[in-house]
Write a protein that binds this ligand. Structure first.
Ligand SMILES: C=CC1=C(C)c2cc3[nH]c(cc4nc(cc5[nH]c(cc1n2)c(C)c5CCC(=O)O)C(CCC(=O)O)=C4C)c(C)c3C=C
Ligand SMILES: [Fe+2]
Ligand SMILES: [Fe+2]
Length: 315
């Protein structure tokens, strides 16, 4: 029986400063994520950044925490179950790049169970060295004794783009259409794109695919980048100042969708839906209406199941 492994970023085990410290320490120690020399970065991270950032970020997690845990963990698990229901001939499991369930443990267990054929689907529609390549590193390190294939990306997959478009149309049917539709993607440093990371091109490609699935000209959609970390220049335009400028220029309402996130998480539920929504109204807007991620929806599970059994994109 072939096995499908869905991999997401990972999230803290509790909305506490201690759990956030453990999570961010692992995440931000990955050389794919922060490229500073270790002798400089380790003490900076451990002595300065984690003690200051963790309590603040823990408070943000507390605002979005679900009865079953962190939204990213809850929705990723539900999504894996929904995909399993659509692939009865497969075994479908999930793991996290950072935190639990750990990728290393999951791979060890699959090996112990005698898994021979494994397909790894990172839950990042757009490829980036900071995310997808880091999953590939961990797979290369820990997958032993099985034939492994990984999906590079699905940024322009028709089934996925149709699913996003359908979620936008459903939101419009329920709430009416706002004056602007903003597609907000997680940013990365501009430097990485200059060095060849295809992430920005993939985000542009996703915007084109989603516009086409909506039957709209690409010019009707605004593409922005959120969640900047650190002082370096990241991909632009940034989401927050774009929303504030729209409000100042008289735009009363905007719809925001985050097609770089497979499931809702801190960056969508807190940053966009709470923080940025507040900033939009403070700047004179009436309402920022957040369109949820695909999460464990039937359309999402079907799109991923179709990718799992596809002949193309796997290497
Ligand atoms: C969707 C793709 C993502 C890319 C690309 C990405 C790059 C990236 N992220 C950081 C730093 C942080 N990201 C944080 C949270 C976070 N990031 C993603 C996804 C991508 N990151 C998700 C899904 C989440 C949410 C996790 C959750 O638990 O809900 C955080 C933690 C929060 C905080 O401290 O603000 C950091 C830090 C960098 C540096 C980077 C590329 C270089
Ligand atoms: Fe991130
Ligand atoms: Fe953030």
């Amino acid at each position: 029986m072939p096995t499908l492994l869905l991999v997401n970023l990972g999230t803290p085990s509790a909305p506490t400063a201690q759990a956030v410290t453990t999570y961010l320490d692992e995440f931000l120690s990955d050389r794919r994520v922060v490229q500073l020399p270790r002798w400089l970065w380790r003490p900076l991270l451990r002595k300065l950044i984690l003690p200051r950032r963790s309590p603040v970020v823990a408070h943000k997690y507390a605002e979005i925490w679900l009865p079953g845990g962190s939204p990213l963990a809850v929705y990723t698990e539900q999504l894996a179950h929904a995909v399993q229901q659509r692939l009865p001939q497969w075994k479908v499991v999930h793991a996290m790049r950072y935190g639990a369930p750990a990728l290393a443990d999951t791979l060890q267990q699959l090996q112990a169970e005698g898994t021979s054929q494994l397909r790894v689907l990172p839950l990042y529609p757009q490829y980036s060295t900071t995310t997808t390549a880091s999953v590939a590193d961990a797979i290369a390190m820990h997958a032993r004794g099985m034939q492994v294939q990984m999906l590079h990306d699905y940024h322009a997959d028709a089934g996925w783009a149709q699913a996003i478009a359908a979620s936008i149309r459903a939101h419009w049917a329920a709430h009416g259409r706002a004056e602007k539709l903003v597609l907000s993607f997680h940013g990365i440093p501009q430097r990485l794109v200059n060095q060849g990371d295809p992430y920005a091109a993939h985000c542009e490609g996703s915007a084109t695919a989603i516009a086409s699935a909506l039957g709209l000209p690409r010019t009707e959609l605004l593409l922005t980048y959120q969640s900047r970390f650190g002082r370096e220049r990241w991909l632009q335009p940034y989401t927050l100042p774009t929303l504030e400028a729209l409000a100042r220029n008289g735009v009363k309402n905007v719809d925001v969708v985050c097609p770089g996130f497979a499931v809702d998480c801190l960056e969508t539920l807190e940053e966009i839906s709470m923080q940025n929504a507040g900033a939009f109204t403070t700047a004179g807007g009436q309402a920022l209406r957040y369109i949820p991620c695909l999460n464990a929806s039937a359309a999402h599970a079907e799109a991923l199941a179709a990718l799992a059994i596809s002949d193309s994109g796997w290497a």
